[in-house]
Design a protein around this ligand. Structure first.
Ligand code: KMT
Ligand code: NI
Length: 173
């Protein structure tokens, strides 16, 4: 089951550590910023949700040291990219199948950290600033659902502040 809390913003510690400030965040607060959480155990229920929301594509990613052929520098470099604060122009769904990970979503000056485990599913609205990292177990297998073709284009903060999708998001919450 997902654990949600405010990140402690202590950047002297590896970003894969919990960074739990001790301030809990409830699912209603996530909902307020447009993030929907569900716990789903059956793949067919994930498929049904994807269909209902008109998703057309998906992929499965395995992120662990083997993905990078044992090259921990290469893994760290990729993790640093995932960890840059950014947004996308499409809503996206992430479903944890195995392992665990942290999805951080922006709430004003704070990061809300969502620790996902198998069965946890997050719907991130278009235009929300977010970032991702593995936990210190260094392994996740996740299903990524895309509305259309995967739009990997990531717009980093603060450059993305002026995008129409950012303004739409802000006026939606
Ligand atoms: C994202 O949107 O940041 C990602 O797809 C990261 C990997 S999903 C576990
Ligand atoms: Ni992203």
């Amino acid at each position: 089951m997902v654990e949600v809390y405010i990140h402690d913003n202590d950047n002297s510690v590896d970003f894969r550590e919990p960074h739990n400030s001790g301030k809990k965040v409830d699912l209603a607060a996530l909902d307020k910023i447009g993030v929907i959480y569900k716990h789903i155990t059956k793949q067919e229920d994930v498929d049904a949700l994807a269909k209902e929301r008109d998703y057309k594509n998906h992929d499965i990613v395995n992120i662990n040291i083997d993905t990078f052929k044992g090259d921990s520098d290469a893994m760290l470099n990729q993790l640093k990219i995932f960890y840059q604060e950014h947004l996308h122009e499409d809503e996206e769904i992430r479903y944890c199948m195995d392992g665990e990970g942290y999805f951080d979503v922006r709430l004003d000056d704070d990061w809300v950290r969502c620790k996902v485990a198998p069965g946890d599913l997050l719907i991130l609205p278009a235009g929300i600033y977010h970032r991702f990292t593995l936990t210190n177990t260094n392994h996740i297998k996740a299903l990524r659902l895309f509305k259309d073709e995967p739009k990997w284009q990531a717009y980093n903060r603060p450059n993305a502040d002026d995008l129409p999708i950012r303004k739409e998001y802000l006026s939606s919450i």
